[in-house]
Design a protein around this ligand. Structure first.
Ligand code: DGL
Length: 277
């Protein structure tokens, strides 16, 4: 494909389910000329409690599907998939890729004043140790405290974004990190930006919250610009939607949830038999 055509090709984004829409939303805000193809693995969610091997296999299948859609770049929106699979995916994939972990780690290192950084995420992301690894590469003196918060994902998916139950769970999860004196907290899971205000209330104004979804969209824009792949004008769509959504199951449920997060109108979500890839 000519480079000029390639600029108009879509960006692929994938996640274990609905959570990655927080990343897609940032991409839509920051790169309004881009076409986006989103894949949510709603049949096999959650990834956060699965093994590295399984998450890697699922991610490879999704990447094969996205490549078939002729994407020019792929964003791994899921923290767990970024933690477990990004290295292998990058080796195997012919288009540029970005995950959410490095952008989040970089922003946290820039934000901290006392060098004490908290990271919250799924069990997989926290036990992978990947956030501390990247952070220490950037600042060997940094102290990184991780905490898995497995109940946050179902609370968000139940719509309990502003609810006393979520407040209480957040207090239980975060008190320990606060007692350690962190001044920066990475929201290391796709769903957490949706309960940012609850988390912010619990940790207080003294703690800077880092949203990897925002940072990833920002870095992806820079990366595409450097590679000459950024679309400079609104794509001509000929009746096609600028944003296309695919899932592996429960397309209607996905659409309902997604329409609450993305205000750009999700017309439909199609089901893909991802096991075939
Ligand atoms: N998308 C996942 C992540 O960011 C959270 C949901 C899951 O466990 O699959 O790690």
């Amino acid at each position: 494909m000519e480079k000029s055509d390639l600029r108009l090709a879509p960006i692929g984004v994938f996640d274990s389910g609905v959570g990655g829409l927080t990343v897609a939303r940032e991409m839509m805000r920051q790169m309004p000329n881009e076409r986006i193809i989103y894949f949510g693995d709603t049949a096999r969610v959650p990834y956060g409690s699965k093994s590295r091997e399984t998450v890697t296999k699922y991610s490879e299948q999704i990447v094969r599907f996205l490549l078939e859609q002729k994407v020019k770049a792929i964003a791994v929106a899921c923290n767990t998939a970024s933690a477990y699979a990004l290295g292998k995916l990058e080796e195997e994939t012919p288009v540029p890729m970005i995950g959410v972990i490095k952008p989040g780690a970089r922003a946290a290192v820039q934000a901290t004043r006392n060098g004490k950084i908290g990271v919250i995420g799924t069990e997989g992301t926290i036990s992978s140790g990947i956030y501390p690894e990247y952070i220490r590469q950037l600042n060997p003196q940094a102290q990184v405290l991780g905490r898995a918060c497995p109940l946050f994902v179902p609370l968000v998916e139940e719509g309990l974004l502003e609810d006393p139950v979520t407040d209480e769970i957040a207090r239980r999860y975060l008190t320990e990190l606060m007692d350690e004196g962190i001044d920066t907290l990475i929201l290391g899971c796709t769903h957490y930006p949706l309960i940012r205000s609850t988390i912010g209330r619990v940790v207080g104004d003294g703690v800077t919250l880092v949203n990897p979804a925002y940072e990833t969209a920002r870095e992806l824009k820079v990366m595409l610009g450097e590679k000459g792949l950024l679309s400079e004008e609104k794509p001509e769509l000929g009746g096609e939607s600028q944003y296309r959504f695919y899932v592996s199951d429960m397309a209607d449920k996905f659409r309902r949830f997604a329409n609450g997060i993305i205000k750009y109108g999700i017309l439909s979500a199609k089901t893909v038999h991802i096991e075939r890839y």
